[in-house]
Design a protein around this ligand. Structure first.
Ligand SMILES: [Fe+2]
Length: 167
């Protein structure tokens, strides 16, 4: 049989039992990124929940699923996370409102609304709102964030508060 003999008879969409059932919850990196994109695109899911607090970093657990958490965070001008990693969690950071600056050992990048960063366990960064406008972001962690070890840098003293403060 040659390759040219291979054909799909009819319309594949007419035989749904042959298609992979859509998953209710994300499993792959692409699916977690897709989940974050879909939440970001539907402002009715999060816009009314976001609060800005000049005295402390604000966060809100938006959604949980099997093994993952989706957090809303807000950043008034000047607020930042400090340099940290995410323990054994992978994550997807998506900017919902405004612009955030991400600093890593390789440099810094501005993340404007809609920008997304995907990171693996052990990824070290610092997120700061360096602008004059408030910002908000969505953070999906898999597994859910259980620790956020702080790192010492030239700019920031080590943060010793054991409570996880997401970023
Ligand atoms: Fe982070």
């Amino acid at each position: 049989m040659s390759d040219s003999d291979l054909q799909i008879a009819g319309d594949i969409l007419e035989v749904p039992h042959l298609l992979q059932a859509p998953r209710e919850h994300p499993v792959t990196v692409a699916e977690f990124a897709g989940l974050a994109c879909s939440i970001a695109a539907d402002r009715s899911q999060w816009e009314h929940l976001v609060a800005y607090d000049a005295t402390t970093r604000w966060n809100h657990l938006l959604r949980t699923g099997p093994g993952y958490e989706a957090w809303l965070l807000s950043w008034v001008p000047g607020q930042g996370s400090g340099l940290h990693d995410h323990g054994r969690s992978s994550g997807v950071l998506t900017v919902l409102v405004g612009t955030l600056t991400e600093r890593t050992g390789r440099g810094m990048r501005a993340l404007s609304e809609g920008a997304q960063r995907v990171f693996a366990p052990g990824y070290v960064h610092e997120v700061v709102n360096d602008t004059l406008e408030p910002a908000a972001s969505l953070h999906v962690y898999y597994p859910g964030l259980s620790e956020m070890p702080m790192h010492t840098s030239g700019r920031c003293a080590a943060h010793t508060d054991p409570r996880p403060v997401n970023a």
